[in-house]
Design a protein around this ligand. Structure first.
Ligand SMILES: [Zn+2]
Length: 559
């Protein structure tokens, strides 16, 4: 096999078909869909239309493909005759032109400087050839971390699928220029942190040089398909060899943040592809994905001539049902980052003539905004420590529902969670190491609305202890001991009948600083501890509220 490989390689390298580091675009027919499972490990399938497979391959992949003896037809890689290009922001903002690489970078930093309170441009790393990988982060008070969900759009990890590149640049412009004018845009920017990366594979897009998108190609400068290069839930961490610099930069930014929802844009067909790509089983939230994808496609269809965004199942498809891939970013973001990411294919033509970009903006911009809006729906709230009020990175599990890493976690800064989910009634369990879990049943949420559920978990190191032998006759709040104390003290109280009970701590100014008990308690005598490690010396009050009974006592923290 080795000598055959070498033999073919030596022949081909001397023909005009091959030049070094080429990518090959071709189509061929399969006789059975099961053949895709083998082929997708070898070549980069771009589309499967009936029995016809459209694929890309680098030299090495193409040689492997030849071993299978398919009749194939080489297709010309898309190119444009003198596409309109510009380096000038004023011309780029006509949106019927492709920016040069320098024009793109200048535009991004121009937004940063024109809208310092709304936009911050973040360089997450460099491509193989040293081009910048840029995000525009957009939010009100953009330099202040606020308890808002993070959303992410990223485009053109296949360098020749350029429609989303310009449309994302335009979306940045739209959000910034419409802020304070358009109520919907203002609402999104006020309540979320929106991250937009227009160009994830600049080396592929500017393969023909920084001044043109002609000769743009799918792969990065190392001949790797970036959308096959991410850790995969089925195959493992390295589905196609070492991680590329572009992949590592994206993984780092995803790990450093908490993207609740995202999408990555492609071209070559017009369809929304929802997870999974790697295996046939459906996500826990398949009905939510169908709902969200359907709404994207319906909205795009309503804003375009007939025939747009209606491929496969009238514009939506499960990824695996279309064709299987491993190493895609969508599955990585969903499985390893516990986000919700889909793949949106914006135009049948990969390298869209620039004159058609404005029309594609009109077809899609309402869907772009509506998809972002979905981040704010579902079940949301914060999880905090009942004794300290500190945020907890709790795990939120939807019982009898979650599978394949669909559970979400609270963020570390605010303890906020966002559980996007289809309308229904659910049981939610909140858990964290060293805390007692809590379960809420019958949590109802409707589509396109928000259910708020804030949760306090009690630390296992400061339990409410019940004295089983004592059946008190009346409510009673005991003096804490020791008193004065530093930093821990014990508070006892009696509950003569089952009732909802709160034990709240106030500072000397009467400000509520924490809640030690906040739940239904049965008859009994109880003790709980308060650790005042993070508070200063002084007088504090603790108050018991149970049924009609309220009692307040004083204690002294002496450090
Ligand atoms: Zn693509």
């Amino acid at each position: 096999m080795k000598s055959l490989y070498l033999f073919i390689f030596l022949i081909l390298i001397n023909t005009s078909l091959f030049s070094q580091n080429n990518d090959h675009y071709f189509k061929f027919n399969i006789s059975d869909r099961s053949e895709i499972q083998t082929l997708t490990k070898i070549i980069s399938i771009d589309n499967v239309d009936g029995n016809t497979v459209y694929a890309y391959a680098n030299d090495e992949e193409f040689l492997q493909f030849l071993m299978y003896h398919y009749d194939y037809e080489i297709l010309s890689t898309p190119s444009l005759v003198n596409p309109k290009m510009s380096s000038l922001p004023d011309e780029i903002r006509d949106w019927d032109t492709y920016p040069t690489y320098e024009g793109y970078v200048a535009m991004m930093y121009l937004y940063d400087s024109l809208y310092p309170n709304l936009c911050s441009v973040i360089n997450i790393g460099s491509s193989v050839q040293g081009r910048a990988l840029l995000f525009a982060k957009i939010s009100d008070n953009v330099s202040t971390k606020e308890p808002e969900p993070q959303f992410m759009y990223s485009s053109t990890m296949h360098g020749n699928e350029t429609t989303g590149y310009v449309l994302m640049l335009r979306l940045i412009d739209y959000l910034l220029t419409k802020y304070g004018i358009d109520p919907f845009v203002t609402y999104l920017v006020d309540n979320m942190e929106i991250w937009i990366n227009p160009l994830a594979n600049p080396d592929g897009t500017y393969y023909g040089g920084n001044h043109t998108v002609n000769n743009a190609r799918r792969y990065n400068a190392n001949n790797k398909d970036l959308n096959r290069n991410f850790p995969d839930p089925r195959v493992g961490p390295y589905p196609t060899g070492p991680w590329q610099p572009e992949t590592i930069a994206m993984m780092n930014i995803a790990s450093a943040n908490h993207f609740v929802m995202s999408a990555n844009f492609h071209g070559g067909i017009e369809v929304i592809n929802y997870p999974w790509d790697t295996w046939s089983r459906l996500t826990a939230d398949n009905n939510w994905w169908v709902y969200v994808s359907r709404q994207y496609a319906d909205t795009a269809q309503a804003n375009s001539p007939s025939g747009y965004m209606n491929a496969l199942n009238n514009g939506i498809t499960n990824g695996y049902a279309w064709y299987q891939i491993a190493g895609g970013r969508q599955d990585y973001m969903c499985y390893f980052q516990r986000g919700r990411e889909c793949t949106i294919e914006l135009s049948d033509v990969q390298l869209l003539p620039p004159s058609q970009l404005p029309a594609h903006w009109n077809y899609n911009y309402k869907s772009f905004l509506n998809y972002i809006r979905k981040t704010l729906y579902g079940i949301t709230g914060s999880v905090t420590d009942s004794a300290t009020g500190h945020p907890i990175e709790a795990k939120v599990t939807v019982l009898n529902h979650d599978i394949d890493s669909s559970e979400v976690f609270c963020d570390s800064l605010f303890g906020k969670y966002y559980r996007l989910i289809h309308g229904g009634s659910y049981s939610l369990q909140f858990s964290a190491p060293n805390y007692y879990s809590k379960t809420f049943t019958g949590v109802v949420v409707n589509n396109d609305s928000t259910t708020v559920l804030n949760v306090q978990l009690r630390s296992t190191s400061s339990p409410i202890v019940k004295n089983e032998n004592n059946i008190p006759a009346e409510f009673n709040l005991l003096q804490n001991y020791p008193n004065p104390f530093n930093p821990e003290t014990t508070i006892g109280f009696d509950i003569p009948k089952s009732t909802f009970t709160q034990l709240i701590i106030f500072d000397a100014l009467g400000r509520e600083i924490t809640t030690l008990v906040n739940e239904e308690l049965n008859i009994g005598s109880y003790q709980t501890k308060w650790n005042a490690e993070s508070y200063g010396s002084g007088i504090y009050y603790y108050q018991l509220v149970a049924s009609d009974y309220t009692e307040t006592r004083k204690m002294i923290l002496l450090k």
